[in-house]
Design a protein around this ligand. Structure first.
Ligand SMILES: Nc1ncnc2c1ncn2[C@@H]1O[C@H](COP(=O)(O)OP(=O)(O)OP(=O)(O)O)[C@@H](O)[C@H]1O
Length: 369
């Protein structure tokens, strides 16, 4: 087997349920071996459907799915090198921790000594040594979560699918489990495909994120790439808070919005092409009005612990959101300063393919959005 080969490949996969709803519309992507992937998107965008297609719980309406280069469209679920960790853990309440984890091995008629060895190993991986004889009802939410993960890794699958596995946990435990899961994936070296609708979780955990909406992958890439270079309004909005302001590209490196022209680092647009710009709230600095590039009248302010969240309007009526450790006063006029690099220019309705082509054509010494 070629190590560089994608472990999973979707080729023009469409999924339409009986009710005629097209959930995935001609989707193609590759999953590389040994990485942590996250499928991120709002409720109903098709994340779970992708997992179900990989696991073999449902079939594609059209298109092909490959595993290690072999087409697996009609391979039954129990013959796939894949294990799923479900949102509700799906543990058996009448079996103790050991037997829950051993369940899959027992079905495969693995020898008792081997079962013991592998279950102990799996328990060690999830830090639950000594819990073998506990009843499931005696385990906390976080511990149940770990049992569910142990039950997946004990089968030594090549891929583990995790469907919102942390959503039932409280915030503190959830954050702890995020670290644990990430660390576990690194130690095991197994490919993880994780589903969430929580953008912070996706940014914190993943090597690669697929942002999904309305049956399409809107953008895929490393967390920093997606955060810094969202290709459209949906991604910009979904991944963190953004100021999205309409404008036009005057020429290469000059953009106009809020009635002013600004230096930027983008090129490759038609002269005066209508665009939208994104500036992240943390990239705006509060200054005196005359030192700011934009002047804004403060409308509201909230203290968020680490920073103030300040909202205001410029003279054109655009809303500006600022995250700053500096305080402002409601109705005060403030200046906002930003570097040319803080401006990300987005073309209307561009697909990821077109975006990538344009980046290639213009080299990567600039954003060349
Ligand atoms: N078996 C089914 N029959 C008909 N429609 C379905 C079926 N399963 C899912 N759907 C529909 O397909 C769409 C996508 O569902 P899916 O579960 O993949 O979304 P999701 O992104 O995982 O959402 P969530 O975050 O809410 O779990 C939804 O509109 C859902 O109602």
């Amino acid at each position: 087997m070629n190590d560089n080969q994608a472990i999973i490949r979707f080729e023009n996969v469409t999924k339409q349920y009986d009710n005629d709803l097209i959930v995935l519309d001609n989707v193609s992507f590759e999953i590389e071996r040994g990485k942590f992937y996250t499928l991120l998107g709002p409720s109903g965008c098709g994340k779970t459907t992708i997992l179900r297609l990989i696991a073999g719980f449902t079939e594609a309406s059209s298109g092909d799915i490959y595993f290690n280069g072999k087409k697996i469209n009609s391979v039954p679920a129990n013959k796939r090198q894949v294990n799923t960790v479900f949102q509700d853990y799906a543990l058996f309440p009448h079996l103790n921790v050991f037997e829950n984890i051993a369940f899959g091995l027992r079905i495969k008629k693995v020898k008792n000594t081997e079962v013991k060895k592998r279950v102990s190993e799996a328990l060690r991986f999830v830090n639950l040594e000594g819990y073998e004889n506990r009843e499931i009802k005696e385990m906390s939410g976080g511990q149940r979560q770990r049992v569910a993960i142990a039950r997946a890794i004990v089968n030594q699958p090549e891929v583990i699918l995790l469907d919102e596995p942390l959503s039932a946990l409280d915030l503190k435990l959830r954050t702890e489990m995020q670290y644990e899961l990430r660390e576990l994936q690194r130690r095991l070296g197994i490919t993880f495909i994780f589903v969430t609708h929580d953008q912070e979780e996706a940014l914190a955990m993943s090597d690669e994120i697929f942002v999904l909406n309305k049956g399409h992958i809107q953008q895929s890439g490393a967390p920093t790439d997606i955060y810094d270079e969202p290709i459209n309004r949906f991604v910009a909005d979904f991944i963190g808070e953004s100021n999205i302001i309409p404008g036009s590209m005057v020429e290469d490196f000059v953009v106009e919005f809020a009635g002013e022209r600004f230096e930027c680092v983008d090129k490759g647009f038609d002269p005066n092409e209508k665009i939208e710009i994104v500036i992240r709230p943390e990239d705006l600095e509060i200054t005196d009005p005359e030192k700011g590039k934009i002047q804004v009248k403060v409308d509201s302010q909230l203290f968020r612990g680490v920073h103030y969240e300040i909202c205001g309007y410029d003279k054109d009526g655009n809303e500006w959101l600022v995250h700053s450790t500096k305080k402002a006063t409601v109705d005060e006029e403030i200046g906002l300063y930003f570097e040319p690099e803080a401006i990300h220019v987005m073309r209307f309705g561009e697909t990821e393919e077109e975006f990538d082509k344009r980046l290639e054509a213009y080299g990567d010494e600039t954003h060349a959005n």
